[in-house]
Design a protein around this ligand. Structure first.
Ligand code: AMP
Ligand code: MG
Length: 488
């Protein structure tokens, strides 16, 4: 098979085809008009073992832009259902995503998927396309998350085109090549359970176990092990979201990965000012998916998945697994927050100091990312005016700093080392909406240079990048006019 550089040529699989056809449909991408490469993620290409300049190969370009798929590949779209905003939505499925196949990298299969590559049997009323704007946001954000240590899908390249798409105005269609260990969702299991197809639920669970946990010995208890894994991984990923100040925006069960990876970037948002009630999705009027609600929505979604697993595992076992969610979440979140404060070992005193700090950040309307980056220079014996000045009420800082000092005095690590460690866990840069927006505006006129620069910045968020330091500041006023909502 003469596709995508020698590396891909030898290792392109489609393990899904071993399953019955009720799980997927064979589909072909619909070519874009005059596709142009916007950007290629060289870091991910290297991780996948692809040759440098792999997209110079015409066949590879045609494949990954969805223009021409060789006859020996069998691209598919997957079926799933889901709960959207807490309500059962019935059948959904890959309405605009087409998996070309899987790439074997160091013994592990990675899905290679095109998002925005045309209609599938699951497109319903949609056009199967993604606009350039939402594609750039996903492209940059998934890499930002990866660099921040959050499990996530990634994106290998992005293509722009002359194909028009009609939203509120006419925009151009883009395709991103998404790479993930799995695109199976909570909703994939819910789909078959709600149709009463229990053997399909079982077979899907077996597929996930065989593909992602081949080291497990076969046996009935594997279903319980799988469910426990989903609970634990989901708890950990959401704890990471909370620690970095990330809001997903559409935590429907069809957007929840069975591996606990962050999936389906839409109206996501990083916190500017620390605001627990922050809602990034402008169509989420009830605030169901606000920043502070994410941990409990994670558990709600796991409960929905538990229903779908109820013919594989006893209720008692399901409940036992679900009980692990909260402690797992709290352990991970506390650990990450303590690291951000430069504190080793967790104690209840430290927890209180973290909680109080977050309350003060809220009251004083302090930027989350900037605060923690600044805290990396905090001196036990110092005035720390550069932090004190961030507070509207400086007494709040004085009180908190008194408590923080008490904790720091018990740390065994010297100040210089603490500063160094903190700089590695408190990013200087996150993907604020206005940054993506600036890159989008330029890219819409054909200039992808800011996409390239931001990708590099976000892949190295702990570095200083002096020439880009304007992106480490609070957003400009015009950023508040950016409105982001569901699928685009
Ligand atoms: P999302 O909000 O992006 O997670 O999408 C929810 C559902 O709508 C999924 O089944 C998507 O595949 C589908 N969908 C979203 N946008 C489109 C589109 N432009 N064309 C077809 N299906 C879409
Ligand atoms: Mg989705």
């Amino acid at each position: 098979m003469d596709v995508i550089s020698n590396r891909l040529e030898q290792h392109f699989f489609n393990s899904f085809l071993e399953l019955d056809e009720e799980y997927f449909n064979c589909v072909s991408p619909a070519a874009l008009q005059e596709p142009k490469l916007g950007n290629v993620n060289n870091l991910l290409a290297r991780d996948l073992g692809l040759d440098a300049n792999f997209l110079n190969n015409r066949k590879t370009f045609d494949l990954l832009s969805g223009s021409d798929v060789p006859g020996d590949l069998m691209p598919i779209s997957l079926v799933y259902s889901g709960h959207q905003f807490g309500v059962w939505a019935g059948q959904l499925g890959d309405g605009r995503a087409i998996t070309l196949g899987e790439l074997l990298v160091d013994g592990e299969l990675w899905d290679i998927q095109l998002k925005g590559a045309g209609t599938t049997p699951y497109s319903r009323f949609g056009d199967g396309r993604a606009v350039l704007r939402s594609s750039i946001r996903e492209y940059l954000c998934s890499e930002a998350m990866h660099a921040l240590g959050v499990p996530t899908t990634r994106a290998l390249c992005i293509f722009n085109s002359k194909t028009p798409v009609y939203r509120e105005s006419t925009e151009s269609a883009a395709v991103i090549c998404r790479v993930a260990k799995s695109h199976i969702r909570f909703g994939s299991f819910e789909h078959f359970h709600h149709r009463g197809e229990q053997s399909a639920v079982r077979n899907l669970a077996c597929y996930v176990i065989e593909r992602h946990f081949p080291e497990w010995n076969s046996g009935e208890s594997n279903y319980e092990k799988l469910f426990r894994c989903v609970v634990v991984n989901t708890a950990r990923t959401i704890a990471k979201w909370q620690a970095i100040g990330f809001t997903h925006g559409v935590m429907n069960t069809d957007n929840m990965s069975i591996l606990g990876d962050t999936l389906d970037y839409g109206p996501f948002g990083f916190l500017n000012e620390y605001q627990p009630s922050f809602v990034c999705n402008h169509s989420d009027h009830q605030g169901r998916y606000s920043f502070q609600n994410q941990p409990k929505i994670g558990l709600w979604n796991l409960n929905a998945l538990a229903v779908a697993f109820s013919t594989l595992i006893s209720n008692t076992e399901l409940v036992e697994c679900l009980k692990e969610y909260q402690p797992e979440y709290e352990t991970m979140y506390t650990l990450l927050m303590a690291e951000k404060l430069g504190l080793e070992h967790i104690s209840s005193k430290k927890l209180k100091t973290i909680e109080r700090l977050l309350e003060l950040l809220t009251i004083n309307k302090i930027d989350y990312c900037i605060f923690f980056r600044s805290l990396c220079g905090y001196k036990l014996e110092g005035e720390n005016t550069f932090i004190r000045d961030m507070f509207l009420h400086s007494k709040d800082f004085d009180k908190w700093s008194y408590e923080y000092n008490k904790l720091l005095k018990h740390e065994t690590v010297c100040e210089e080392m603490r500063h160094k460690k903190m700089l590695k866990v408190n990013p200087k840069y996150t993907l604020r909406n206005h940054m993506a927006q600036e890159a989008i505006i330029l890219a819409e006129s054909g200039d992808f240079s800011l996409v390239t620069d931001l990708l590099h910045l976000l892949q190295n968020p702990y570095d200083e990048h002096p020439s880009m330091s304007r992106y480490a500041l609070t957003p400009p006023n015009w950023a508040s006019t950016i409105s982001i909502s569901c699928s685009s």
